[in-house]
Structure formats: C-alpha cells, structure tokens
Design a protein around this ligand. Structure first.
Ligand SMILES: C[S@@+](CC[C@H](N)C(=O)[O-])C[C@H]1O[C@@H](n2cnc3c(N)ncnc32)[C@H](O)[C@@H]1O
Length: 489
C-alpha cells in the first residue's frame, strides 16, 4: 500500500499520543494487459490503485519509458524518473512560471519544465551536472550542432594530435582511431561556452563508455565494453579488461557523435528555454531572484551515498575537469550547531558525511529554497532512505524533524515512493548494494503559515493518461509497501 502523511488536514489531527499516519490500502495490482486496455477507456485510475487526491504517487503509474529523448543523453546516478517532476509541474505551476531545481543533476526537472512551457532553472555544483542540464534546457538546433561537428571534424589531422592521454584513459579507447579523435574533440570543446559546443560535449560524454552489442562496431559507445551508468575505478577497470580479454575497437568518434545527434533530435525541442548554473545550492540567492520560483522540485544528495566525481571520472576527464576537485567541492563543509544528538544516536549512521552535518546542510539548502520560492509556491523535496546494513533509516523524516524549527518552510505532507530495487543503479554495484535507497520520501513543503495552493487537476488521472499517451508501453502499478508505524512524523 502507499502511504501519504497529510500533516495539515484538520480531519487527520491525531488524538493525543496517537500517530498521525494516514494509510491508504491498495487493491492487488492488475496485469499489464488489463491496465493498458483500461488506459484507452479513461479508467478511474485512482480507484484501481486506491490512491486519491493530488498528494499520492500518481507518476508511478506512467509507463517506464516516459520521457523526452534528451533525458537519456547521459546516465546520471540518483536521477528522477521524468514523470515525477512532470506530475508536480502540471499540478502546481502554469506556463511561463519559473520552476527550479537547486540540485539539478542531469537536469530532469529543468527539462520537464521547459517541455511544459515553464522556465526551467537548474543549479548544480558538479560541472558534469551543470553541462548536462545546460545542454538540455538551452540546446542549439540540430543543424547548428551538426555544422559545428562538421567544422571540428574538418579541422582534425591525426598527425596534429600531439597531446598524450593519461594511461588510464588510453587503456579504454582504441589508440589508432578513437583516442586521437577524442583528444581533438576534447581540445575543441572543453571550456567553451558556445551553445553548440556545450551540447556536443554533453552528447559526447553520454557515449564515452558503455556495453557493446554483439557486433562491437555497431556500439553507440566508444570505450571497451563496460557499464555506461558509472565509471569503475581505473584499478578495477585494468583488472576487468585483462580478466575479460576486452578489446579496443577502432570506432569513429565523429561518426558515432553524428549518429547520437540524429537520435537526440528525433523529438521536437522544448517550447521554452531555461537556464543552468554551475554553482553551490547554498549560494542560490546569488543566482535566482527572491520569491521568483513558483515551484521547486529537487533531490539533495543523500548522506554522501554517491561520489559524483569519482564515479564519473572518465566523463570529467573529457570535460577537462579534476575528479578530486569535484568530489571535494561536493563534500559537505558545513559546521553544525543543531541539537540533533538524540536523532543522531537513534540513527546510528556511520556515513562519511554524518547525519548532523547532513542536517545542517539540508537546513541551509531549505533556507535558500525558501528565499527563492514565491509566497504561494510549493517545494517538493525527495530524499531517499539510507540503509546502513541493520535497518532502513528514514533519512527524510529524521532530518526534517531535526531542522523543522529552523527553516521558513513547513512540511505539508509526505508521499512515500517505494522503488523497485531492480531499477536501482546500485544493484550493479556489488560492494555497495547494502546502501541502496529503497524508499524515497517526497516532502511537500510550503512557506510557514501559507496553505498548499489548489492543484491544477482535481483528477490527477488526467495527467497520468496524458503522459501515457505520449509513451509506448504498458502502464505500471504502484509497488506495495507494508505499513510502517515508524513512518509517522
Ligand atoms: C540526487 S542528485 C540529483 C539528481 C537529479 N534529481 C536528477 O534528476 O538528475 C543530487 C545532486 O546534488 C548535487 N550537489 C551536491 N552538493 C551540492 C551543492 N552543494 N550544491 C549544488 N549541487 C550539489 C550533486 O552533484 C548531484 O547532482
């Protein structure tokens, strides 16, 4: 069953000492065929899944493949399914509104906002995230991107490439053809602020590494056969290449990039342009005007579960960035004076960032979000539970409890979003699988004292059906979740 905690509705006010948990029971999931047949009949989806009202995980019903092709430009750990920001954009903003994500990642929120005629703004401290977000919300036309690629290709002379790649890069790419081409592309694109160059670089980092199909020359990726989602460490890769006898194939980087552009431009561009900013979320006030955002849909990093620099070292090399700098900059440097000892002990977390420092970071980030949010705005913040090998940590709820009195936003509701574990990237990342996020909690926040604005769609099935019509594939069901009394705030 899915659980929604409404923290403001008077009818849910608990009896003294009782927990304020509203549990919505769910009927057994229907078969995919049944669901897709029903989709065409405009079914009452809410009744089928026993969910009601705008604050339920409606986006989970949308076919898995929903999303503009730009979303898949480059994989990124911890990314939103595009249906999640789309759902809240439809419900709590109007065309022309500014929709913000201060932890933008691959730019899912900002792109979805632009696709729906809003102005999507993404901010991220990771240069890879900023690059991807920027490419998506401010792209060149296909013709402009191709023209620039043609120009770069025409200027390529293998004999003119004199710079040597570091050995950990050289072991991944064919040295006769692919690597010199990459070196040339790198020299032309890195550091450039031209729209075409930023887009080409974003598309290129998306195909730098990945698994090969049966015929390796048909691969869309340029490296030896390896995961696309993240970069294994150089030492591990060296062993992996040796043990599996992996070969480097002379793949043409220019040709593969041109093919990638063809694919990326198969769908129309968004009707509005947005903005991506490479900056610290704690400096949001320097980049976004006060009270200018109607909606924030964001997901801060969770207790240092992902090392965004280290796991992207190949892509960052291509961008001319230092992995060490990226990880160091993303590490929480905030000192704390929060009184959270009790919660800290309860959690027993031994994570690198530490719960207390995480809370201080989150508090400061929420204060920044509050500054940017309009009075009638809504802030949606998704935080995953973190498992430390004993039992689930309800990170979102515990952290919120620690900071609630110190921030200008209040928690209106919590929507639980249970993830199918097989979806999680961390499943292929054996040594850390114990720390996978399994339940995400979607915090619905408003300015203190301000009510949650009325949602645009009284029947949210309309949004689900619209997204489903845009997407091939069957509609999904909402994963079951046992009632967990600890979920009460
Ligand atoms: C969970 S991911 C967000 C993913 C995003 N929702 C998406 O769909 O791709 C968290 C992001 O926070 C970024 N980050 C970490 N510390 C940051 C900071 N101080 N300021 C801005 N971004 C930061 C990381 O680089 C990462 O991209």
């Amino acid at each position: 069953m899915s659980v929604a905690l409404d923290l403001s509705t008077p009818t849910l006010a608990p009896a003294p000492g009782a927990r304020r948990t509203r549990v919505v029971t769910r009927k057994p999931a229907r078969s995919r065929t049944e669901l897709s047949a029903q989709r065409n009949l405009a079914p009452d989806l809410g009744a089928q899944h026993n969910i009601a009202g705008p604050l339920a995980p409606w986006w989970k019903l949308v076919p898995r493949r929903y999303g503009h092709v730009f979303h898949a430009m480059c994989s990124y750990m911890g990314m939103f399914p595009p249906s999640l920001p789309r759902y809240f954009i439809e419900q709590y903003s109007k065309p022309g509104d500014l929709v913000l994500d201060p932890f933008s990642g691959r730019g899912t929120t900002a792109l979805e906002a632009c696709l729906r005629g809003r102005v999507g703004v993404g901010l991220d401290l990771n240069p890879l995230a900023a690059l991807l977000s920027e490419a998506k919300v401010d792209p060149p036309t296909h013709a402009e991107a191709l023209a620039r690629l043609h120009e770069i290709r025409s200027s390529y002379r293998r004999s003119a490439v004199t710079e040597k790649a570091p050995p950990e890069i050289a072991m991944l790419f064919d040295g006769r053809r692919t690597l010199p081409q990459l070196m040339h592309l790198r020299a032309c694109l890195q550091g450039s602020s031209k729209r075409e160059d930023r887009f080409l670089l974003a598309a290129l980092v998306g195909i730098l590494h990945g698994n090969h199909p049966r015929n390796p020359m048909d691969s869309r990726c340029l490296s030896v056969s390896m995961p696309n989602t993240f970069s294994m460490s150089p030492g591990y890769l060296k062993k992996y290449i040796h043990q599996n006898g992996l070969k480097k194939y002379p793949l043409d980087a220019f040709e593969k990039l041109a093919q990638r552009l063809e694919h990326l431009y198969a769908q129309p561009l968004a009707p509005t342009r947005g903005r991506a900013i490479h900056a610290d979320a704690l400096a949001l006030h320097e980049h976004v005007a006060p009270k200018s955002a109607k909606l924030i849909v964001t997901s801060p990093p969770y207790l240092n579960v992902v090392r965004y620099g280290k796991f992207n070292w190949i892509r960052l090399w291509m961008m001319g960035e230092s992995v060490q700098n990226v990880d160091a900059s993303l590490t929480d440097r905030t000192r704390t004076n929060l009184e959270v000892e009790r919660t800290d002990r309860q959690l027993g977390l031994s994570d690198r960032l530490g719960f207390r420092r995480y809370c201080a970071f989150l508090r400061d980030a929420v204060i920044e979000c509050a500054r940017a949010l309009s009075d009638d705005g809504v802030c949606i913040m998704t935080i995953g539970d973190v498992e430390n090998g004993e039992h689930d940590k309800r990170l979102a709820l515990d952290a919120w409890r620690a900071i609630a009195d110190e921030v200008p936003l209040e928690l209106h509701s919590v929507i639980e979003d249970r993830l199918w574990t097989e979806n999680k990237v961390s499943r292929i990342w054996g040594e850390n699988k114990g720390r996978a996020t399994r339940v995400e909690r979607v915090l619905v926040l408003t300015r203190k004292g301000c009510p949650l604005p009325r949602a645009n769609f009284t029947d949210p099935s309309e949004i689900v059906l619209q997204m489903s019509r845009e997407t091939p594939g069957a509609m999904r069901s909402i994963p079951g979740i046992d009632h967990d009394p600890r979920a009460a705030v």
